[in-house]
Design a binder for this molecule. Structure first.
Ligand code: 13P
Length: 337
């Protein structure tokens, strides 16, 4: 069997290693226009392009952000957008030493034949879109699909999630973009941590099987898993040590050491919880870089502090830098609250 390697193989490995560098993680700022609208509404702002631009300018111009942040995931609008001062957002990121990334999936829709579950669209035309994103400066990308525990998950939903991620990963590597592989296991539900662990084992087994079938080069991917926790409505609560124990057990059982970085999502955890859990996972040596790719757990306080007022920009940037630094320390296992 002859397997064609991506022409970008060396570059992919280098990009993945840069993103997975010590003391750094990813700022997810790729909210779709609809989700960004919800965030802006929470501070009483209208969902206009100008408001999205003002907020995203604030994020990327935070002084010294690149010390803690190695990559930023953008929504398509932001990849082609200029900051308020006219400079391209992508250029500002590169100046900060931050690799620009792009969300490439087209969102979730109901999965026919399943138990009210969803699947992720976006494979049609992905190859051409990604070639254009590379030209525009993106070097990595993200595809987020979800698995719901209360709704099953059904065999069908898990297989569909895994296959979609694997096709996306192969197409992305062909276009020079390091794929972030994100099957988010939603926090929703009353289940305990054991049930999350069991589902996560199944999901990652299927995902790696499908990626191997699609000849994805594991040295040139990054993962974005959910941490293994009890369901959000469970009566059980887990300590950071328990979350770390279950999550690391899952990673050791399912993730080959050739994968350079595991960049967790925050998934609705509080800012401090997300930092504490990451810190607990970095108390000993790991075969992969174990870090963060947070949206809400980096941005919540920042967004509230800004509130849309130009005079609050500096305080909001300080709030972002505070969380970025805390998570940087947690990546190194040195966070103390
Ligand atoms: P949260 O950290 O808010 O879960 O978002 C991360 C993300 O990008 C989900 O795809």
């Amino acid at each position: 069997m002859v397997v064609r390697a991506s022409a970008y193989a060396d570059e992919l490995v280098k990009t993945a290693k840069t993103i997975a560098s010590p003391g750094r993680g990813i700022l997810a700022m790729d909210e779709s226009n609809a989700t960004c609208g919800k965030r802006l509404a929470s501070i009483g702002l209208e969902n206009t392009e100008a408001n999205r631009q003002a907020y995203r300018t604030l994020l990327v111009t935070a002084p010294g952000l690149g010390q803690y942040i190695s990559g930023a995931i953008l929504f398509e609008e932001t990849l082609y957008q200029s900051a308020v001062d006219g400079r391209k957002i992508v250029d500002i990121l590169v100046e900060q030493g931050i690799v620009p990334g792009i969300k490439v999936d087209k969102g979730l829709v109901p999965l026919a034949g399943s138990n009210n579950e969803s699947w992720c669209q976006g494979l049609d035309g992905l190859d051409a879109r990604e070639a254009a994103y590379y030209q525009a400066g993106a070097r990595f990308c993200k595809w987020r699909t979800v698995v719901s525990i209360p709704n099953g998950p059904s065999e069908l939903a898990v297989k569909e999630a895994a296959w979609g991620l694997a096709r996306y990963a192969a197409i992305s590597q062909d276009n020079g973009l390091v794929p972030i592989v994100e099957p988010e296991i939603l926090l929703d539900g009353e289940h305990g941590i054991e049930r999350t662990f069991e589902v996560a084992q199944k999901v990652w087994a299927e995902t790696f099987y499908a990626m191997a079938e699609n000849n994805v080069m594991f040295e040139g991917i990054l993962l974005k898993p959910s941490m293994v926790t009890p369901g959000a409505e469970s009566k059980d609560k887990a300590t950071p040590e328990q979350v770390a124990e279950y999550t690391l057990k899952l990673l050791h059982r399912r993730i080959p050491p050739s994968v350079p970085g595991i960049m967790f999502l925050s998934g609705g955890q509080s800012e401090v919880e997300a930092t504490q859990n990451l810190n607990a996972m970095n108390q000993g040596p790991n075969p992969w870089h174990v870090s963060f790719s947070y949206a809400r757990a980096l941005q919540n306080t920042c967004l509230k502090t800004w509130g849309g007022a130009p005079e609050n920009v500096k305080a909001a940037q300080d709030a972002l830098l505070l969380r970025a630094k805390a998570n940087s320390l947690a990546q190194l296992g040195k966070y103390t609250s």
